[in-house]
Design a binder for this molecule. Structure first.
Ligand code: AMP
Length: 352
């Protein structure tokens, strides 16, 4: 067990790190952020900040010397430089990072565990794309295998003509069949160091332009009917990775049951509602898990919870949002609003 007063290292400097650090502070820990970008909204609420390139081994070793445990808030942290952490525990295990960083490896891993992703094929060049289209058909989505997020690095292919018109980006890709889903949802779980697994209500998620727009718990009847199967697969994933911390697994609710989309080996945007909407938030339970503390209750704290993201450069009327007592406003302190950028979120509780 890591006692309060010790320092938790966080790899990545975004809003997920910020909310992890705020939960850690509540439990008496200090946090140290490592991130390559000088403007870090996580570092603003932390005791220490190392701003260095991921492959700066000396900086990584100095950072590790200050930390009792290290975790990550960003799944594209390169794995090789993490060797410089030495004997300091890194949780969740970096094998989760390696698996989630490559969409192809991730889907094969999940299939091996009995999960059902959309039909997929690796694509390395034009001939590979043609072969994938011949086998899988259209509509589909071509995605970069690595480093895509929030709909970036994705091309929709409605018909063969779209594929012909596309200039391939010269990076390893994956082609996936488009899933005709009734809804999207995510399984949010936390696995403790002792293997204890807790689930929050699985939220129903709505994406707009590839970016999460809203999450609602409890989910509607279609999702409800598929949660048990999805949770079972998610538990197998967590057990197989000897996972410690919060894991998010995204699914499409299809006609024949849940279709695996992707997993995030970290706290997740679709779990932000747990800050006010659950007895223990995803951020607190992640900190508890990596510090070897008992996990808190994941029960809903309201009849219904809805979270919506504040995205892009729209100017919202903050006092107006706050004037409704059911709303909780979270702003991440990002200076520059850009289209598609997550600036904050609003959680709305319905108590009765
Ligand atoms: P991803 O980054 O892969 O999670 O994709 C972002 C969003 O794009 C998903 O949440 C879906 O709304 C949509 N999407 C991605 N892949 C598929 C697919 N194979 N079929 C249908 N919709 C998809």
């Amino acid at each position: 067990m890591i006692p309060p007063g010790e320092t938790i290292g966080i790899l990545g400097g975004g809003q997920l790190g910020r909310m992890l650090a705020m939960a850690a502070a509540q439990l008496g820990y200090r946090c140290h952020v490592f991130a390559p970008e000088p403007n870090s909204v996580a570092a603003e609420v932390c005791a220490a900040f190392t701003c260095a390139a991921w492959d700066d081994a000396a900086a990584m070793a100095r950072f590790a010397a200050d930390c009792a445990v290290v975790t990550y808030e960003f799944e594209n942290v390169p794995v090789a430089p993490l060797a410089a952490l030495g004997a300091v525990p890194l949780l969740p295990h970096p094998r989760a990072l390696e698996t989630a960083q490559d969409r192809l490896a991730e889907k094969r891993f999940v299939e091996r565990l009995g999960g059902r992703p959309a039909a997929f094929a690796p694509v390395d060049d034009r001939a590979g794309l043609n072969a994938a289209l011949a086998r899988i058909g259209t509509p589909g989505i071509l995605k970069t295998r690595r480093e895509g997020y929030d709909g970036k690095g994705q091309w929709r292919i409605a018909a063969l003509a779209d594929a012909a018109a596309l200039t391939l980006p010269g990076r390893p890709l994956i082609y996936e069949r488009f899933v005709e889903f009734g809804a999207e949802f995510s399984v949010l779980l936390c696995r403790g160091a002792d293997g204890d697994v807790r689930f929050w209500d699985a939220p129903e998620n709505v994406h707009e332009g590839g970016i999460l727009a809203r999450s609602t718990a409890p989910a509607g009847p279609l999702v409800q009917s598929q949660i048990a199967v999805a949770r079972e697969l998610s538990t197998r994933i967590a057990d197989e990775l000897d996972y410690v911390g919060v894991l998010a697994v995204e699914f499409f609710a299809g006609e024949a049951g849940p279709v695996f989309n992707e997993m995030a080996p970290r706290v997740h945007n679709s779990g932000h509602w747990t800050i006010e909407g659950a007895v223990t938030s995803q951020f607190e339970n992640h900190i508890r898990a990596i510090c070897g503390l008992p996990l808190g209750s994941t029960a809903l704290a309201a009849k219904r919870v809805e979270m919506r993201n504040v995205i892009g450069d729209t100017v919202e009327d903050w006092p107006q949002i706050l004037s409704d007592p059911a709303n909780h406003l979270h702003l991440y302190g990002k200076a520059a609003a850009r289209p598609g950028r997550k600036m904050g979120h609003v959680t709305r509780l319905t108590l009765a």
